[in-house]
Design a protein around this ligand. Structure first.
Ligand code: AMP
Ligand code: GLY
Length: 427
């Protein structure tokens, strides 16, 4: 079969890498792809949000299956466009993808279907939002509506910080005018944060193994939030059986059933950001795609044939699928540009990629590009350096040996991937 992967990050490189291993895949295209995906298939110079051109390409090339990585093409309706043209594409429809596209719509959905989440209020007037913050006079979480690359959320310790967050969203329009029309203000949940992924076919869902991200830029969870500095999977002891049972019964299935009832069945992978509180798991947010770099460790460990699983999502046959996993531990370390998530330089030559691969690491490209035959940095998160091991320590040893072998000016990575829960317990 001919497959088109849409996107150009580490997540899409990992998806392409896994798809390529399927004996059923004859040809692989990646749009727009990166220097890493170019080693697996043909990069196609079409941007991931140019859905019209992507659909034309898929028709011309007779693509059998299109796999969409990032959220933006999903929220603007790539799946609908492909389906209109009779093309098979994996991911949620535009209507279902609004779960991620708008925090206001997401919270209203949770309320409509009685799914556990933080108590919240939505405001469209600055004065009302500010009056509410003054009245509560305590910790609150302030969120802008719309996509803000993970930066539109402020966990405010006090009223002053919450007021400031409202100003930035609604007055200064730091996240754009549209995102500044509404603000969501909610209670601060306490507990352990967990991301849960499930393949969904509209009615059925299959949970993936657990994986944990490290969002802050520095060791010990210090510094600003990023897109993700590293992941590991599985995560033993993360979810107690009682919490898992409650998550499936009160969150996963009600989400699927709610969307189905609203005429927008969810097909694809659902990413549930949860807080495990004393009163059970609660939804912090939904994403309508794989996490990046969660996807990298999951693809390293998934033993099932990926095209078959993705087709089962589209065909409503997930009830016939049981996922198989490599029992080993996978670790992914993000190598970032110096300065990320703030300003950082680009175009810096990267060396040592071959010797990293020779150490048995798997290196997925994220923010890289080809400059006259040389791979150079082209983004904040540059590489996802991944490894499998018989246990966490073994996987970490391989991944970190590879990180040391790779060189570019200012390279930065966390040294404690997979160790932060241990470190927190020891505190
Ligand atoms: P989001 O962009 O919605 O994922 O939020 C970013 C981060 O803010 C989450 O990963 C949480 O760490 C934190 N957060 C969001 N909402 C809450 C909440 N109600 N209580 C505590 N922390 C939250
Ligand atoms: N790693 C977090 C995300 O993909 O949103």
């Amino acid at each position: 079969m001919k497959i088109l992967v849409v996107g150009n990050g580490g997540r899409e490189h990992a998806l392409a890498w896994k798809l390529k291993q399927s004996p059923r895949v004859e040809q692989l295209f990646i749009a727009p792809g990166n220097p890493g995906t170019a080693t697996l298939g043909t990069n196609v110079p079409i941007k991931s949000d140019d859905i019209e051109k992507l659909a034309q390409f898929a028709v011309e090339q007779k693509i059998d299956l299109t796999v969409v990585g990032p959220e933006i093409p999903l929220t603007i309706g790539i799946i609908d466009e492909f389906n209109r043209r009779g093309l098979r594409a994996w991911g949620p429809s535009k209507a279902a993808a609004q779960l991620e596209g708008s925090k206001v719509a997401m919270k209203e959905f949770l309320r409509r279907h009685n799914i556990p989440t933080a108590q919240f209020k939505i405001f469209n007037k600055i004065a009302d939002a500010k009056a509410y913050i003054t009245e509560v006079d305590g910790p609150l979480v302030v969120k802008c509506d719309g996509l803000a690359a993970g930066k539109g959320v402020t966990v405010a310790k006090n009223a002053a910080e919450a007021h400031d967050a409202v100003e930035r969203i609604m007055v200064k329009h730091e996240f754009g005018a549209a995102a500044g029309k509404h603000v969501v203000i909610e209670e601060t949940l306490r507990g352990e944060e967990i991301s849960v992924f499930a393949f969904c076919d509209g009615r059925n869902a299959v949970l993936l193994d657990y994986v944990q991200d490290h969002k802050q830029v520095f060791d010990g969870d210090e510094g600003p939030n990023t897109g993700g500095m590293g992941t590991f999977s599985p995560v033993p002891g993360l979810m107690k059986p009682r919490d898992e049972d409650e998550m499936v019964r009160r969150i996963l299935y009600p989400t699927m059933a709610g969307l189905l009832k609203e005429g927008r069945p969810y097909i694809g992978v659902l990413y549930m950001g949860l807080m495990i509180t004393d009163s059970g798991p609660k939804v912090i947010e939904y994403n309508v795609r794989f996490g990046d770099p969660e996807c990298q460790t999951l693809m390293l460990r998934l033993a099932s044939d990926l095209p078959g699983v993705l087709e089962a999502c589209i065909d409503g046959k997930l009830d016939q699928v049981e996922l198989e996993w490599d029992a080993r531990t996978a670790v992914c370390v993000t190598m970032a540009s110096g300065g990320y998530p703030g300003k950082y330089p680009s175009d810096l030559p990267i060396s040592g990629l071959d010797s990293a691969q020779a150490q048995n690491a798997t290196v997925f490209h994220a923010g890289t590009r080809d400059k006259n035959g040389m791979v150079v940095t082209a983004g904040g998160r540059v590489l996802s350096v991944c490894a499998l091991g018989t246990d966490l320590d073994a996987a970490r040893t391989v991944a970190y040996t590879a990180c040391d072998a790779i060189r570019f000016d200012g390279k930065h990575f966390r040294k404690d991937i997979g160790k932060r829960r241990e470190a927190r317990k020891a505190k």
